[in-house]
Design a protein around this ligand. Structure first.
Ligand SMILES: Nc1ncnc2c1ncn2[C@@H]1O[C@H](COP(=O)(O)OP(=O)(O)OP(=O)(O)O)[C@@H](O)[C@H]1O
Length: 333
C-alpha cells in the first residue's frame, strides 16, 4: 500500500487583498513504493505543497490522502507521522545542542523510546541504516560534515517509521563530491523500505536518476505529469519545454517547436502570483498559443486542465496533443 495523493489541494497564504494561492487545485498521485520528482522554477509552490503534506502550510481546500485516508486525521489522533519531510538544510531538523543520538531518539515512537536499551539499539540500527557508525551517536551535529548531518536527518525521519518521504532539495546544499552518495542512499532506502517518495529538485539529471514519474509545477499548478522518461523525451507543455531547455543537460529536452520559440520569451518574468493570469496561467509567457493567432483567445479565456485524472502522461495545455494544429479537445476543461 502507501499510495500517497494530493486531491484538489489549495494552499492560501494571507487574506483579503494580500491573499495568494501558492498551491491551486493540485491533484497528484505518488503510487505506492514509487518516486515522483517534482520540478518547477523558484516560487512555483513546490515547497509549499511539501509543507502542506506535513501540516506546516495551511490547506484551504482539498485533502492529502494516504491509502485513501486524510492524513490530518492521523495527526489529530497523535499517531506517529506517516509522512516525513526532509529539508535542504539538515541543521533545521537537528538541535545543535543535542547529541546525534538524542535527536534521533526523540523521533522514535514512544513504546520503543521508553526503555533505554531498546532506544539505544534502535538509534544504532538507524545510524547503520544511513551508513553511519553507531559510535557517532554521542557527537554533536556541528562536528559532522554536511553529508553526515543530512544522513542523521534521514535517520531521524526514518525513526518514525514513515510510509512516505518528501525530500525537498536534499542534496542541493551539499558538496558535489558527496551528493552522489547521499542520492544513492536515498534511492536504496526508498526501495528497500518500500517507501513512497516525493522528490523535489531543481536538478533534472538528479530527478531523472531517482524518479519513476515526474510532475512539473508552474504558478501553483501541476502543468504536466507522467512517467519520467516519457516526459523528458516528449514534453508536451510549452512550460515544460522551456524548463528543460534551460537545463544544462540538453539531452533531456525535445526540440519540438524550437524554431517558433523567440529566445527572449525565456527571460520574461513570471506573473505576480497574487494575480495569476486568466485562462491558461502560462499564456503571458507562452510561445505556442499566441503564435496561432486565431486561437489566442482560447488560451486567454479557458483554463486548460489535464485530460483524464489517471491518464499516464498528461499536460494542461490546449495544444498539448497537437502543438501546431487545432486545440486538443481532451485537454479543455
Ligand atoms: N509563509 C509564506 N507566507 C506567504 N507567502 C509564502 C510563504 N511561503 C512561500 N510563499 C510564497 O508562495 C509561493 C510559492 O513558494 P514556494 O517556496 O512554495 O515555491 P518553490 O517552488 O518551493 O520555490 P523554491 O524552488 O525557490 O524553493 C511564492 O510566491 C512564495 O513567495
Amino acid at each position: 500500500m502507501n499510495e500517497f495523493r494530493f486531491a484538489e489541494v489549495d494552499v492560501q497564504y494571507g487574506s483579503g487583498r494580500q491573499a495568494m494561492k501558492a498551491v491551486d487545485q493540485v491533484s497528484l498521485v505518488v503510487p505506492a513504493g514509487k518516486v515522483v520528482g517534482l520540478v518547477g522554477e523558484s516560487g512555483s509552490g513546490k515547497s509549499t505543497l511539501a509543507r502542506a503534506a506535513v501540516g506546516l502550510a495551511p490547506i484551504s481546500a482539498g485533502q492529502v490522502l494516504l491509502d485513501g485516508v486524510d492524513v490530518r486525521k492521523a495527526r489529530r489522533r497523535g499517531l506517529p507521522p506517516p509522512i516525513q519531510l526532509i529539508f535542504q538544510d539538515p541543521s533545521s531538523a537537528l538541535d545543535p545542542r543535542m547529541s546525534v543520538g538524542a535527536s534521533i531518539a526523540e523521533a522514535i515512537p514512544r513504546p520503543v523510546r521508553r526503555n533505554r536499551a531498546t532506544r539505544q539499539a534502535e538509534v544504532a540500527r538507524l545510524l547503520e541504516l544511513v551508513g553511519l557508525d553507531p559510535d557517532r551517536m554521542a557527537m554533536l551535529p556541528g562536528l559532522l560534515s554536511g553529508g553526515q548531518r543530512q544522513r542523521v536527518a534521514f535517520a531521524r525521519a526514518l525513526a518514525a517509521r514513515p510510509s512516505v518521504l518528501i525530500a525537498d532539495e536534499v542534496t542541493s546544499a551539499l558538496d558535489v563530491s558527496v551528493q552522489g552518495g547521499v542520492l544513492n542512499l536515498m534511492r536504496d532506502l526508498q526501495s528497500r523500505l518500500g517507501l513512497s517518495m516525493l522528490f523535489i529538485s531543481h536538478n533534472l539529471a538528479v530527478v531523472r536518476y531517482i524518479s519513476d514519474y515526474i510532475a512539473v509545477m508552474y504558478l501553483g499548478r501541476i502543468v504536466e505529469a507522467g512517467p519520467v522518461d516519457e516526459v523528458l523525451k516528449d514534453p508536451r507543455h510549452p512550460y515544460t519545454r522551456e524548463l528543460f531547455d534551460a537545463a544544462p543537460h540538453r539531452n533531456v529536452q525535445s526540440t519540438l517547436l524550437d524554431d517558433e520559440m523567440p529566445a527572449e520569451l525565456a527571460t520574461v518574468e513570471p506573473p505576480d502570483p497574487h494575480q495569476p493570469p486568466p485562462g491558461c496561467r502560462f499564456h503571458t509567457r507562452c510561445p505556442v498559443g499566441p503564435l496561432l493567432r486565431t486561437d489566442r483567445d482560447l488560451c486567454v479565456q479557458a483554463d486548460p486542465q489535464a485530460a483524464a485524472a489517471e491518464r499516464a502522461h498528461q499536460a494542461a495545455c490546449h495544444f498539448a496533443d497537437s502543438p501546431a494544429g487545432s486545440p486538443a479537445e481532451s485537454a479543455i476543461k
